[in-house]
Design a protein around this ligand. Structure first.
Ligand SMILES: Cc1ncc(C[n+]2csc(CCOP(=O)(O)OP(=O)(O)O)c2C)c(N)n1
Ligand SMILES: O=C1C[C@@H](O)[C@H](O)[C@@H](O)C1=O
Ligand SMILES: [Mg+2]
Length: 642
C-alpha cells in the first residue's frame, strides 16, 4: 500500500477534488470549490491546505456564513444536485451561523456540505475563544447544533477518521432519496495533524446517481388505481425537476388526458404552455389548479413532500372518494396520506407507467373542464395585469390598518400594485431568466402567477421559506448558470434580514438583479394577523409612538441609495413606467443591479378555494379572535386528519 503523509485538512482538500457524479452516463466534477469565512478555528488548518494546494477547487469568500451557505445551496439546486460548493467556517458563531442554512438545504432535499471548525480534540487549551462549555459533557460543542438539521453528521477527532467520514458524506450528498445538509466538524488541532493516508482514498471516485424503478407489485397497484379513476390529477413536485422528468410528465399527461398542478419545487420542471399545465396548486395555488383539485378522484403525487401548502392543509381535495398515489425516490415521502406507493425515480417510473397504461388503453373522462378552468384563471391574470391605483382602486386584501395605504403613498410616492409589477416583470425580462424567491408574499403571487417555458428557471425555496435566502441564492444560481440573467424576488423585510452576499456578487463579477418589493413591512404576516382578528402588532415598519407602541409613522428606507454605496447599479420605481425603464436598463448592465420598487401594501394575491391551518387562540376576550377560531374549526372538519 502506498501512502501520502499529509495533514487532515490537506487530505480533505485532495479528496474533495477527486469526487465526481455520473447521471444518465454524463460525468460531472462534483465539488466546484469551497466558500469560507476564515477565523482562528480554520485559517491555519484548512486555510493552510487551500493556500498550499487547492487543486482544481476554487476558493470563495463569504460575507455571512448563513449567506454563503445559501449561495452554495442554490448552486446545488441550480445544478440539479450534480455539483456543490462546500462551506467552511471557523468555530462558534461562524459555525452557528450556518445552522439555519443547513436546515434550509435539508428541508428542500438539496446537497450542502458544511465543514465547521471545531474546538480542540486534545482539550489542552480549553476553553478556547468561542467555545461553549457544557458542564454535563465535554464532548458538546456548537457543532452539535447541526445534528437535528443535517442528514449526516460527523466529527473528525483523529486524522484517520476523515476517510470514513467523507465517504459517508458523499454517500448522502449524492443520494436523491437522502440528500440534504451534511456536517463534518473539523477540530482545529486535528486539521493540522498528519497521517499516512493510503493512495486509494484519493483515487477518482464516480458516484452513480441511478434511476431505481418501483417493484412490479407496487407498480401494479398504481396502474389499477389509475385505471379505476375518471378524474385524476397529477402533482408535479421538485422530484420531477431533479429527475429531469419534465418532458416525460408532459407526455404522460397528454397521452392520458390528465391535468397537472405544480408545487413550488416543481414549477418550471414542465413547460407552462403545456395544455395540461394548470399552474401552482394548494394554499398558494391558483384558481385553475385548485378548481380541478377540489373534484379530482385520484391524486398522482410525483416527487413531492405533500406539504401543508401543497395539500391545502389536507383540505384541498374534497372528492369524498379521493385516493392518492405517491411516486417518490424516498419511501418516507411515499408513505404520506396513505398513498398507494411507488418508490422510484420519477422519470423511470412514469416511463413504465406510460407503457402499461397505453397497453390498457387508458384515458381520463375529462372533457372541457381543463380548458374551462384555465380560461377562468387567464381572465383573472388579465385583471391582475391591469390592476392599478386609480379612482376605482380597492386593495385586494381587505384586513388592514386603515391609514396605511394613504400614508405609504404620501411617504414614498409609490403607487405600483404587486400583481401588475409581476406581470410587467414577466413580460419584460428575458424568457430564459431565472427568478429566485423564498419568503413573504411573493412566493404566493409567483406560485399562482408565474409562467415559463424555460426549464428550471423558477428557483423557489419554499420548504423552509427562509427569509434572507433570495439575494444569496441568486448568486448561487448565477454561479451555476452564468449565461442567464438572475433576479432575486425579495420583500423589504427579507432583504433587511440578509442581503450581504450582494457584495460577494460584485467581488466575483457575477451580476445578479435584485427586485426589492418595498411595502414598508412584513406584508404577508400583517395580512395573516389582521385577517385572523389580531391587531396591527409589529408587522408594519413603524416608529415607536408617544404611547410607547410601534404605531408611529411608517419608516422610509432608501434601499437604492444604500445599495449604491456597495457599488451596485440602482433604481427606484414608483410607477409601472419607471419600473419598465429600470428593468430595461438593468438588462444592459454588467454589474449587479437593484430596483427599489415601491409597492402598495395589500395589492398581493389572495388564496383560491384553499385553507391554511394556523394556530389560533381558543380563548380570547376579542370577538374577532372567536370568529377566526370558529372558522378554523369549521375548516378543520373538512380536512383529512393526517
Ligand atoms: C428567517 C425567517 N424569519 C421569519 C420568518 C417569518 N416570516 C415569513 S414572511 C415574513 C415577512 C416578510 O416580509 P417581506 O420580506 O417584506 O415580504 P412581504 O410579505 O412584505 O411581501 C416573516 C417575518 C421567515 N419566513 N423566515
Ligand atoms: O410564515 C410565513 C407565511 C408565508 O406567507 C410566507 O410566505 C412565509 O415566508 C412564512 O414564513
Ligand atoms: Mg414587505
Amino acid at each position: 500500500m502506498t501512502t501520502q503523509r499529509m495533514t487532515m485538512a490537506q487530505a480533505l482538500v485532495k479528496f474533495l477534488d477527486n469526487q465526481y457524479v455520473s447521471f444518465d452516463g454524463v460525468e460531472t466534477k462534483f465539488v466546484e470549490g469551497i466558500f469560507t469565512i476564515f477565523g482562528h478555528g480554520i485559517v491555519l488548518g484548512l486555510g493552510q491546505a487551500l493556500d498550499e494546494d487547492p487543486g482544481q477547487l476554487k476558493v470563495l469568500q463569504g460575507r455571512n456564513e448563513q449567506g454563503m451557505a445559501h449561495v452554495a445551496t442554490a448552486f446545488g439546486k441550480q445544478n440539479n444536485r450534480r455539483k456543490i460548493i462546500a462551506c467552511a467556517s471557523s468555530i462558534g458563531p461562524g459555525a452557528a451561523n450556518m445552522v439555519t442554512a443547513a436546515a434550509t438545504a435539508t428541508v428542500n432535499n438539496l446537497p450542502l456540505l458544511l465543514l465547521p471548525g471545531d474546538t480542540f480534540a486534545t482539550r489542552q487549551p480549553d476553553p478556547v475563544l468561542q467555545q461553549i462549555e457544557q458542564p454535563f459533557s465535554m464532548t458538546i460543542t456548537t457543532n452539535d447544533a447541526f445534528k437535528p438539521v443535517c442528514k449526516y453528521w460527523d466529527r473528525v477527532s483523529r486524522p484517520e477518521q476523515l476517510m470514513s467520514a467523507m465517504i459517508n458524506a458523499m454517500r448522502v450528498l449524492t443520494d436523491p432519496a437522502e440528500t440534504g445538509a451534511v456536517c463534518v466538524a473539523i477540530p482545529q488541532d486535528v486539521q493540522g495533524e498528519s497521517f499516512d493516508y493510503p493512495d486509494y482514498f484519493f483515487k477518482k471516485r464516480v458516484h452513480k446517481i441511478t434511476r431505481p424503478t418501483p417493484v412490479s407489485d407496487e407498480l401494479e397497484d398504481v396502474i389499477q388505481a389509475i385505471m379505476n379513476s375518471k378524474h385524476p390529477m397529477v402533482i408535479c413536485g421538485g422530484g420531477v425537476r431533479y429527475s429531469e422528468a419534465g418532458e416525460t410528465l408532459e407526455q404522460f399527461c397528454e397521452t392520458f388526458n390528465i391535468p397537472f398542478g405544480e408545487t413550488q419545487g416543481g414549477k418550471s420542471a414542465c413547460k407552462s404552455s403545456s395544455p395540461y399545465c394548470l399552474g401552482g396548486m394548494g394554499v398558494t395555488g391558483n384558481l385553475a389548479a385548485n378548481t380541478i383539485a377540489e373534484k379530482a378522484d385520484l391524486i398522482i403525487a410525483v416527487g413531492t413532500r405533500l406539504s401543508d401548502f401543497t395539500t391545502g392543509s389536507k383540505a384541498l381535495f374534497q372528492n369524498p372518494d379521493v385516493k392518492f398515489i405517491s411516486i417518490n425516490a424516498s419511501r418516507f415521502q411515499a408513505y404520506k396520506v396513505d398513498s398507494i406507493k411507488a418508490v422510484g425515480d420519477a422519470k423511470a417510473t412514469l416511463i413504465g407507467l406510460t407503457a402499461a397504461l397505453q397497453e390498457k388503453g387508458y384515458k381520463s373522462a375529462y372533457q372541457n373542464e381543463i380548458k374551462e378552468a384555465k380560461a377562468a384563471w387567464d381572465k383573472e391574470m388579465k385583471w391582475f395585469a391591469e390592476y392599478a391605483y386609480d379612482e376605482n382602486f380597492k386593495p385586494i386584501v381587505e384586513s388592514r390598518e386603515p391609514k396605511s395605504i394613504d400614508e405609504f403613498i404620501a411617504l414614498t410616492g409609490g403607487t405600483i400594485t404587486q400583481t401588475s409589477a409581476l406581470c410587467l416583470i414577466r413580460e419584460t425580462i428575458d424568457k430564459d431568466a431565472i427568478i429566485v424567491g423564498a419568503s413573504g408574499s411573493l412566493p404566493g403571487c409567483l406560485q399562482r402567477m408565474w409562467a415559463t417555458d424555460k426549464r428550471d428557471s423558477y428557483h423557489m425555496e419554499y420548504g423552509y421559506s427562509c427569509m434572507g435566502y433570495e439575494v444569496a441564492a441568486s448568486l448561487g444560481a448565477k454561479l451555476a448558470s452564468p449565461d442567464q440573467e438572475v433576479y432575486a424576488m425579495t420583500g423589504d423585510g427579507s432583504y433587511l434580514m440578509l442581503h450581504t452576499e450582494l457584495v460577494t456578487s460584485l467581488q466575483e463579477g457575477k451580476k445578479i438583479n435584485v427586485l426589492l418589493f418595498d411595502n414598508c413591512g412584513f406584508g404577508c404576516i400583517n395580512n395573516l394577523e389582521m385577517s385572523n382578528g389580531v391587531g396591527n402588532l409589529a408587522t408594519e415598519f413603524r416608529y415607536r409612538d408617544e404611547d410607547n407602541q410601534l404605531l408611529g409613522g411608517l419608516m422610509p428606507i432608501d434601499f437604492a441609495k444604500s445599495a449604491a454605496g456597495y457599488g451596485v447599479k440602482t433604481y427606484t420605481a414608483k410607477t409601472l413606467e419607471e419600473l419598465k425603464v429600470a428593468l430595461e436598463d438593468a438588462k444592459k448592465q454588467t454589474v449587479s443591479t437593484l430596483i427599489d420598487i415601491k409597492v402598495l401594501p395589500k395589492t398581493m394575491t389572495e388564496g383560491y378555494k384553499s385553507w391554511w391551518h394556523c394556530g389560533i387562540a381558543s380563548t380570547s376576550a376579542k370577538d374577532s379572535i372567536k370568529i377566526a377560531y370558529e372558522s378554523k374549526e369549521a375548516n378543520l372538519k373538512k380536512a383529512r386528519l393526517y
